[in-house]
Design a binder for this molecule. Sequence first.
Ligand code: ZN
Length: 393
Amino acid sequence: MSLPPLVEPAAELTVDEVRRYSRHLIIPDVGMAGQKRLKNAKVLCVGAGGLGSPALMYLAAAGVGTLGIIDFDVVDESNLQRQIIHGQSDVGRPKAESAAATVREINPLVQVILHNEALTTDNVMEIFSGYDLIVDGTDNFATRYMVNDAAVLLGKPYVWGSIYRFDGQASVFWAEHGPCYRCLYPEPPPPGMVPSCAEGGVLGVLCASIGSIQVNEAIKLLTGIGDPLVGRLMIYDALEMKYRDVKVRKDPECVLCGKNPTVTELLEDYEAFCGAISDEAAEAVSGSTITALELKTMQDNGENIFLVDVREPNEYEIVSIPGATLIPKGEFLNGSALERLPQDKRIVLHCKSGARSAEALAIVKNAGFSDAVHVGGGVLSWVKTVDPSLPSY
Ligand code: ZN
């Protein structure tokens, strides 16, 4: 499948531009016309994180004329293992600003538009409407569905990517010419089923593998060359070192881009749609959540508690709360954890940020430990409020 170019060519290239982009210009498929299209292109990168870092750097180097960067986060030390657009001296700085500085250093001819804010249902339509193409570098399902819905409603193509440990995926979603994200994944996964990179980790260099596929597809769409990744899902296994692609068909029943769409505007609340935690977990934590400081006080007062860390062993090795016993969440799901819990102590559960311990709490309470609680914000909150000398991750 080949598609017409997304962007009209700019009037001309300056002498500086001809010098800078000469290695593109001598590729017949790109040539002067292709480079002029890139110059005229407006591309928005959602997120300046793992995927956004290599994507923004290569889009800038390639000569995309206008690059938008949206990110509300600040650079953290734990980002530097993979988010190579940021450096040591950027820690604590807004990611959008830090990314913009690197983009300007790579290519001062690029016009950078900073959106130092979160992408929300209130601003997504207006922001997207200023761009030809969106590169999605988000790491959570709520934002992904929002990006997809906004792109479909506006008739814009976007290049999607996702990464986890050694596995990456990428595709181009463009409802006018193929499926959308909802055709591939009609429903978000049940809360807690799919671990995030923050929970499960990601090999830093995987970001470059997938981010570069995204830029490759962006350039093809903008200039109208090659066979775009529309209607195909690229799956990359870094351990096996294998790429394969599978066909993704447009779903005629898709609620968004199908024949009789029922979703005709943005949802009100994407967090709720993707359910940050399950209903059972939400019910379990209601009135049964303590802060990290309250846990510290309980420990200092010698209260009769049994503190359980429900994370994975490698996370426990990185940082743990003193006195915690490690029983990974999986053992609560299969029931084997319950016999390890003392009947004569109050059970206190924690994980990294509070989502997994909320799920475990629902199971523990169901098993009759009615006074069990969990620590809101988990070990991250402990590090922040009780012992900042410990590492965060
Ligand atoms: Zn669809």
